[in-house]
Design a protein around this ligand. Sequence first.
Ligand SMILES: [Zn+2]
Ligand SMILES: [Zn+2]
Length: 171
Amino acid sequence: MKKTPSGTSVGVEDPYEHVGVCDHLTGDGRCRYAFECAEHDPAFAAERRADEYHCPVAEDEWDWPDCPHFRSRSTERVCARCGLEERRNAHADDRPLLEEHHLAYRDERDLGHEITVYLCRWCHARVHRSWANVADDVSPDPEALAAREARRSEELRELSFETAAERRDGE
Ligand SMILES: [Zn+2]
Ligand SMILES: [Zn+2]
């Protein structure tokens, strides 16, 4: 299993098996990084420009690990391991149920690529502390479900309180 610099597990053998497309890839197969961030890597930008900004991975010339600017940060707010969905109350600053987890670190292979997924707090702890795999087919921890349900009923309570307040205002 691949490890973080501090020696805990990241929960996958190969981060690149868990990535979708690069965040910089446009719908028509071009590299957004090369025209938006050209000043950060002029040589890379110049090469891409010479090729009309086509992404070499989309063109089947490279794989994601070959690109110096590959980035894949998950935006889907569900746990990649157990499927728990985030639930945040509007004005509560409770700790989020989901946390961003890095699959890649700067080393000989990952080139500092940013590859992240979301994990619930419970799966996140298991991945780092007890070698759980992100790809495990598991249901949410009972505690995780309880925490989510608690937030849901809190939300409903607030909602009915607000509706009652509005009704009073209307009188
Ligand atoms: Zn989970
Ligand atoms: Zn993590």
